[in-house]
Write a protein that binds this ligand. Structure first.
Ligand SMILES: Cc1ncc(COP(=O)(O)O)c(C=O)c1O
Length: 308
């Protein structure tokens, strides 16, 4: 049996002497406190804070099968008992504006797969999903599986919002998460341009807390982006990937490098997490809640990425 052309091509890249060989060798050489020559990987967002607790409880996959919550009545997507327990968890931590029940939830094997399903449900081939930059690079692959294009939306940074024009390209991360009139105008023009090219924009995909910035969007920003989705001529879903919702730093304690260097005022302190579910639709925002789709999984907050 032989490999396909693309299979052989990839094998050559990874074989000794191939373009990716040294790269993968280098990144597997991990940094340790007593081995400082190693590499610290910044591109993998794995949360291991729960691991000591999980190991302490000595949980196994067999244990999971014994949990009564998993063996409830099965719905097409998931066990109803499992959905009920997620509704209660999210109800407690996401502070939804309206009480959350299992009827509001659909289960699946993680955010990645659920996002793919959501995209298939709301788009036709050739449609566009919009995403503010920067974003988790896998989104482009996930969306492409549904023959849909991911179009980056520019992030407009104002000097007054904390941009430090020092020539060293230091940007206070939270300044990238601020809504401004300039943002609204630029995004509106972007959608209009796509429409002129015959491309239909269907949704904005937000990650909150943001990956890769590791910061939360303010409530004000979430309301404005929701308004933007509702506005005439936009007609967009707002998909909010909140997979890191419970893994945020306490905003009152955390201070950034720039604060320590007295480059930024306290007004730039980190923002706490607000779920899209907590927005009071028709009051805080003109957006109808039927436009909101929220994604969450246990991967990050419970340190079980790859468990499916
Ligand atoms: C923003 C974001 N969403 C989703 C995922 C993956 O979620 P899941 O493991 O539930 O598919 C990741 C993983 O890094 C992520 O960074």
């Amino acid at each position: 049996m032989s490999l396909s052309n693309r299979g052989s091509q990839r094998t050559r890249l990874l074989a000794p002497g191939g373009q990716l060989y040294n790269f993968f060798r280098r990144i597997s050489d991990e940094w340790e406190p007593d081995y400082r020559e190693g590499v610290v990987q910044l591109d993998i967002s794995e949360n291991d804070l729960m691991w000591p607790e999980l190991i302490h409880k000595n949980l196994t996959v067999q244990d999971a099968h014994k949990w009564p919550s998993i063996s409830g009545r099965m719905l097409p997507s998931c066990s109803s008992a499992l959905l009920a327990s997620f509704a209660s968890l999210l109800g407690e931590y996401f502070k939804p504006h309206k009480p959350l029940t299992s009827d509001h939830l659909v289960g699946g094997a993680g955010c990645t797969l659920l996002l793919e399903q959501v995209v298939r449900a709301i788009t036709d081939p050739g449609d566009v999903i919009l995403i503010p930059v920067p974003f988790w690079s896998m989104f482009a692959t996930i969306v492409a599986k549904a023959d849909v294009t991911l179009c980056p939306l520019p992030t407009i940074v104002n000097e007054s919002d904390g941009f430090i024009p020092s020539g060293t390209a230091i940007v206070e991360l939270e300044s990238l998460l601020k809504w401004s009139d300039a943002t609204e105008i630029a995004w509106h023009e972007h959608i209009a341009q796509l429409a002129r090219e015959g491309k239909r924009s269907r949704a904005i995909l937000l990650t909150n807390p943001q990956n890769p910035l590791g910061r939360c969007y303010s409530r004000e920003y979430l309301c404005r982006i929701a308004d933007f989705c509702e506005k005439e001529g936009h007609d967009l879903f707002l998909i909010s990937d909140e997979v890191f919702a419970l893994s945020v730093h306490d905003p009152t304690v955390t201070r950034t490098y720039l604060h320590h260097r007295h480059l930024l005022a306290d007004s730039h302190r980190m923002t706490g997490f607000h779920s899209i579910l907590s927005l009071e639709a028709d009051k805080e925002t003109i957006c109808k809640s039927s436009r909101f789709v929220v994604l969450w999984s246990m991967s990050k907050d419970f340190g079980v990425s790859h468990a499916r």
